[in-house]
Design a protein around this ligand. Structure first.
Ligand code: NDP
Length: 282
């Protein structure tokens, strides 16, 4: 039987830490502020934004909502980001992804001032991670590292396999595990004999977007299994890991829901406090 890694509990303690930071800033007359940009009316995005705004309220971060219609042009979105960059009362900027298909997300993300890039997706933030320099780390992989710390799981020396190579999850996840001294393999849709590669892992991270794809045949007995996947199916929200088949052989596993998802949001709070602290020191 695996230890079930409780993302809700770890996220709650991370939010407490962020709330302490918010109180300390308030005591110095600084109200930490996150600007949230939502373009269009994708219901899942709108619901993520609502949850982030609730988290902000709980932590003591002011959230400023910028909702733009679906038909907003590239220059309008970039213009808003530029205005938020220039607004000294805004410490963090979050552009909710995905943007509508006619917009160039990479160009919008690249417009965010790196000092306000609390989602950690600006090319400079990713570059600083590659170079091992301080900077904002992408919230989802940063949340995974925080969960591992909370459960005293030290990746140092472990064989880690990350399935997925997106810039939001897979690549920064691999780099953070490398920074933590794991020996890291990154897999993707062209990987040959994926189950055999995954079975070498002491620590397996699934960030694929394929419901329940990782079953027991991909998992070495005793491995730690982190499920980043969020898939909406007829049976509700499921991860990329077939929990029922993997849980009996793993040593620790994250559930979906209640695993990585809450951690992603909690790390956004931590990064926003860090941005406000850095700005108030300047
Ligand atoms: P992407 O679609 O950007 O990337 C998916 C990756 O999985 C790609 O690298 C792709 O390979 C790989 N892949 C797809 N199919 C296979 C396959 N059959 N075998 C091996 N590799 C495969 O997704 P994201 O990284 O954005 O998200 C991944 C999952 O994590 C999704 O379920 C998403 O909803 C979830 N997510 C959860 C978050 C959270 O807070 N918990 C936050 C962000 C994402 P290739 O590059 O070759 O195409």
């Amino acid at each position: 039987m695996a230890t079930i890694i409780d993302g809700l509990a770890v996220a709650a303690s991370v939010r407490e830490r962020a709330a302490d930071g918010a109180r300390a800033l308030e005591a110095r007359g600084v109200t930490p502020c996150l600007a949230v940009v939502l373009v269009g009316d994708d219901p899942a995005s709108a619901s993520y934004v609502r949850m982030k705004e609730r988290d902000c309220a709980a932590v003591g971060i002011e959230s400023r909502d910028h909702r733009l219609p679906e038909a907003t042009s590239q220059s309008e979105v970039e213009g808003l980001v530029a205005a938020l960059n220039a607004d000294e009362s805004v410490h963090g900027i979050l552009v909710q992804l995905p943007l509508p298909a006619h917009l160039d997300s990479e160009a919008v993300l690249a417009r965010i001032a790196p000092a306000k890039d609390v989602d950690g997706l600006h090319p400079e933030s990713l570059g600083r991670l590659v170079r091992g320099l301080d900077g904002f780390r992408a919230c989802t992989p940063a949340g995974v590292m925080e969960m591992l710390r909370a459960y005293d799981i030290d990746p140092s020396g472990m064989r880690a396999v990350v399935v997925g190579r997106s810039s939001i999850v897979g690549k920064p996840m691999a780099l953070l595990l490398l920074e933590a001294n794991a020996t890291v393999t990154v897999c993707h849709s062209r990987t040959r004999d994926l189950p055999a590669v995954c079975r070498e892992a002491d620590l397996l991270v699934a960030a694929i977007g394929r419901p329940k794809m990782i079953d027991a045949s991909y998992v070495k007995p005793g491995a730690v299994v982190i499920d980043v996947g969020i898939n909406r199916t007829d049976e509700g929200m499921v991860g990329d890991v077939d929990f029922a088949s993997v849980e009996p052989i793993a040593s620790a596993i994250t559930p979906v829901p209640g695993g990585v998802g809450p951690m992603t949001r909690a790390m956004l709070m931590v990064n926003t406090i860090a941005a406000a602290e850095a700005a108030s020191r300047v």
